[in-house]
Ligand binder design. Structure first.
Ligand code: C5P
Length: 298
């Protein structure tokens, strides 16, 4: 029996840093959506827990307990074992979930592997929320893989109705350290996003609303990794690009469009101009169905 799970990339459409807790973690107010691009995880029966990593972005990804997917699987495995095979397509340390998306996929996959009723992401969060947050602040949102307003340090999740929006994701293939970016922040008590959020009935309205929001980590990330400025300029220069912004702590940036064909053309043009950059395009939105584990009884 094999269980296949998709780990969609997370995109912070806006990320406001609104404070800092005594333990050093930052309070966030973020709007996230998910891309139909991501990693794949396959869970099969085995004794003990193991992980193998393959795929175009596998280089340098740990296969021991240093990998969040292993720690996530261990959380649910108990005495049962499993072999995890990760097809790594998202660049590591890149602000679009990566390791957190894999950990969330491991939780969904292990839950389905262990029992047919145990796999609901909401139920996992109810029962094991604290341990799941302890894996990483982005793991709870990646577990749900649908549009959310995220508060706290990443644990307060409110589903929001967001329209699908055509997007191009660009990573310049330089990893960025999240703690280094948070450390380089100059202001930690910035205003939150509007409350309630404006009406966003279509991609054009979403883009217009996002112009009134920010990613507060963009300036410190650009100081840590200046190529981010070039990525944003390249995206902004594409015909039809309504907004270019960085996701998470970088270095992945995204451009938003109203027409899917314009996003696809931009992805092709950017890839031709920058063959060494990681580039993907697709409709950002609710990927929770795509992220449900599929059990192959064969
Ligand atoms: O939780 P995670 O391991 O993804 O966080 C990595 C680092 O990012 C933390 O050690 C912390 O320095 C920083 N961080 C933060 N506030 C958050 C999330 C992450 O300061 N809400």
């Amino acid at each position: 029996m094999a269980t296949r799970v998709f780990a969609p990339a997370k995109v912070n459409l806006a990320l406001h840093v609104t404070g800092r807790r005594d333990d050093g973690y930052h309070m966030l107010d973020s709007l996230v959506s998910f891309a139909p691009v991501g990693d794949w995880l396959i869970v099969t029966e085995a004794e003990g827990l193991s992980l193998t990593v393959e795929g175009p972005e596998a280089a340098g990804v740990p296969t021991d307990a240093g990998n969040l997917a292993v720690r996530a699987a261990a959380l649910l495995a108990g005495a049962r074992g499993a072999a995890l095979r990760l097809d790594k397509r998202l660049p590591a340390a890149s602000g679009i979930g990566g390791g957190s998306a894999d950990a969330a996929a491991a939780l969904r996959g292990m839950a389905a592997h262990l029992g047919p009723c145990a796999g609901q992401p909401e139920r996992l969060l109810e029962e094991r929320g604290e341990a799941i947050l302890a894996l990483g602040a982005d793991v709870p949102m990646c577990l749900l893989s649908k549009p959310l307003r995220v508060g706290g340090i990443g644990e307060a999740l409110s589903p929001v109705a967001l329209p699908d929006v055509p997007a191009v994701l660009v990573n310049p293939r330089l990893p960025v350290s999240t703690p280094a970016v948070f450390k380089a922040l100059s202001a930690r008590d910035n205003p939150p996003m509007p409350d309630p959020l404006p009406q966003m009935q279509d991609a054009a309205a979403l883009i217009a609303a996002l112009r009134g929001m920010r990613n507060d980590l963009e300036a410190p990330a650009r100081a840590v990794q200046p190529v981010i400025g070039a990525v944003l300029d390249a995206l902004q220069g594409q015909p039809g690009c309504g907004l270019a912004r960085m996701s998470g702590s970088g270095a992945t940036c995204f451009g938003l469009f109203t027409e899917p064909t314009e996003a696809q053309a931009a992805a092709r043009a950017l890839q031709a101009a920058h063959p060494d950059w990681w580039i993907a395009s697709g409709l950002l939105g609710d990927q929770s169905e795509l992220a449900m584990p599929r059990v192959d009884e064969g």
